[in-house]
Design a protein around this ligand. Sequence first.
Ligand code: PLP
Length: 849
Amino acid sequence: MRALRRFTVRAQLPEPLAPLQELAANLRWSWHPPTQDLFASLDPQAWEQVKGDPVKLLGAVSSQRLLELAEDAELVARVRAEADNLRDYLSKPRWYQRQREADPGLPAAIGYFSMEFGISEVLPNYSGGLGVLAGDHLKAASDLGVPLIGVGLLYRSGYFRQSLSLDGWQLEHYPALDPQGLPLRLLAQPDGTPVLVTVGMPAGRTLYARVWQAVVGRVTLLLLDSDIEQNEPDLRGITDRLYGGDQDHRIRQEILVGVGGVRAVRAYCAAIGHPEPAVFHTNEGHAGFLGLERIRELIAGRGLNFDEAVATVRAGTVFTTHTPVPAGIDRFPLDLVRYYFGEDLLPGVPLDRVLALGAEENPGMFNMAHMGLRLAQRANGVSKLHGEVSREMFGTLWGGFDTDEVPIGSVTNGVHGRTWAAREVTELLGEPEPGDGDGRLDGLTDGELWALRGRLRGQLVAEVRRRVRAAWLERGASAPELGWTDSVFDPEVLTIGFARRVPTYKRLTLMLRDPARLRALLLDPERPVQLVVAGKSHPADDGGKALIQQIVRFADDPEVRHRIAFLPDYDMSMARYLYWGCDVWLNNPLRPLEACGTSGMKSALNGGLNLSVRDGWWDELYDGRNGWAIPTADGVADPARRDDLEANALYELLATQVTPAFYTRDGAGVPSEWVELVRHTLDTLRPRVQATRMVTEYVRDWYLPAARAAAEVELADYAGSRRLAEYRQRLNASWPRVRIGGVDASGVPDSPVVGAPMTVRASVELAGLKPDDVTVQAVVGRVDGTTDELDAPVTAPMAHVGGVDHDGDRFEAVVPLPHAGLIGYTVRVLPRHELLSSSAELAKIVVAG
Ligand SMILES: *Cc1c(COP(=O)(O)O)cnc(C)c1O
């Protein structure tokens, strides 16, 4: 008989073991090996069966065994010691607390909103890079003591689990998760009743959600869950799965995470007396509706008008974009937004103003990234290159500005070291100090480093064998046919990893461009390579599934299957072994479509060498001594030709540089050139790719300025917001009539030399604005004689020198000539207000001529 439903009942622990409950409930165990070892020692076999999940383990160990363990004085002491260690971690001041003593302007809380969070495989609430990054952000924030509150959704089935059919086609499964069996606790009022968040739906319906709390070290993650009986069936299904539905399903999810998410944060802060977030961080456009809910709050609760509320929300919001391709941006048909935001969702918030926030080129669409940019005073991409790409891509929102003036910055992503470094690496090298090299490395011989890499490769080979066998059993093979899987892969052979989601731009099959060459590399008698491949294709993407099938079919060939394997169901539990054990991490995206990429960073933490197209993070951190750059043919328009060129370069690099470095050994069998690359990688990349470095940057350069800006506009009952809104209104009314009249060139010296002063004068028709409302700038730069486009321009503010003549107010500046050669200049007018973060912020500019 099959059960209709399942749920998990937690074990009752004997009193001496009670702290185990505490240790299991806080996901900090997932990056704390001593706690993992403690759980494993309760029942090693059960630990393996539950795949290293403490909550499940405590349910799996028999009461008899628990009673025995409670008598074991040594174990009880360990339990107590680990619990004390956790309490210390949670309570002692950390980096942020020390910073805050020096700078009380740092926010008392920050809300961090994301559609997915990948914290650990025991909470499979993510699909790939975006979610794992969000998880790493929370963990690093916890380590640093940053008071983040995470907000997301709890999906009944998470993302899908992948298996393969016999002919290599991706199959998807959606096993339902039981929240009671997860490391979650319901958010409740002080009187114990569960908090229910409500969100108005069209036609007078109400969406209810309960709120689960996951505890990630010092950080609480709130996960909204609509699968409760108060909801009508279609509303119950809103949190059924991640990225699994149509546009309607999707917008409901985004409304729940954004609007419901803010309400959940309010309920959480009220329930435990936590300070309210002063800063809200929108991790990708999906969560952007949070800004609209905060506008509603300010209109309803503080009596602000819409514009004043926008000014307030913008000041305290940081928006991070992760998408370098327009096709990847989240957009909704305007009618769908009109339907949901029409009546009951956000009372008091005018619909036409909401729609205008998401306006884009296509008048029928609502663009979540555009709204993200319009509701955040500060925005960033996730690597230097991606910052540039984003300034270009969103440049149309700042028409008239040069691309590099578009106010979108960048923070290069990082990865959580304690999660992704093998414990062997940390034991040998200690924790990396952000910023400087690794002192402990100097004390290690080449032989010791090489032995470390060998151990990690060995673990990976064992895991590959286990998984290849399991995958074949799932595809329908029988155990007696699978003897060969015990000897696939070789712990001595150069091991290359390639694992990622399978969108087209990542080019899963580039390595198959010339199958004969790949085969020759795999089967080289002297210098073979072995290749482990993994990745999920979006369930709706048959193109991606066909790519997986190509790889699987290639790897199924008995001639090569001992050297190449596709491992199904890429997730954090598999990824870890790959990052630890691969000698080389391969990445060949179509530049510049990889916003950052983080898997190569995780490999580098463990001394893996990157072999990658210079895209995302590798574009800025490749230094010629930490791996290899696959030359990109990104000027070549024909995609097939481009693939040929880049695949060819990849094969060449493997044959002429990578394999020789790995297989050229000294007398002791150590490849000294290789070990030098590993050493340099550990020395210089390990500190730079840390998520703590990333979160520190967010705190210093984004959260702190946002908190200051928010405090400033809110001061004296939102006086700043009112002033700023009033200013924007005046600006909007006058701007179309602002005009630069005569620009006077008489100040150019007779025989100009570099550095000679040039006087620039201009008259500006201010159309009712005051001279103080604007910045008038002289811009001087090189011109090439054909386009008149100013190159390397230098700007100088022009002083108001009074007097209105027939062309307007007069402005003047003296500019030292910045360059030799052909020089051009112009004059421009920009908004000026002390509450703006930059003069480009409002995307308004008038240029002479
Ligand atoms: C790190 C990670 C990713 C993201 O890797 P990218 O290089 O950014 O594509 C995806 N999935 C898992 C399981 C990861 O650990």
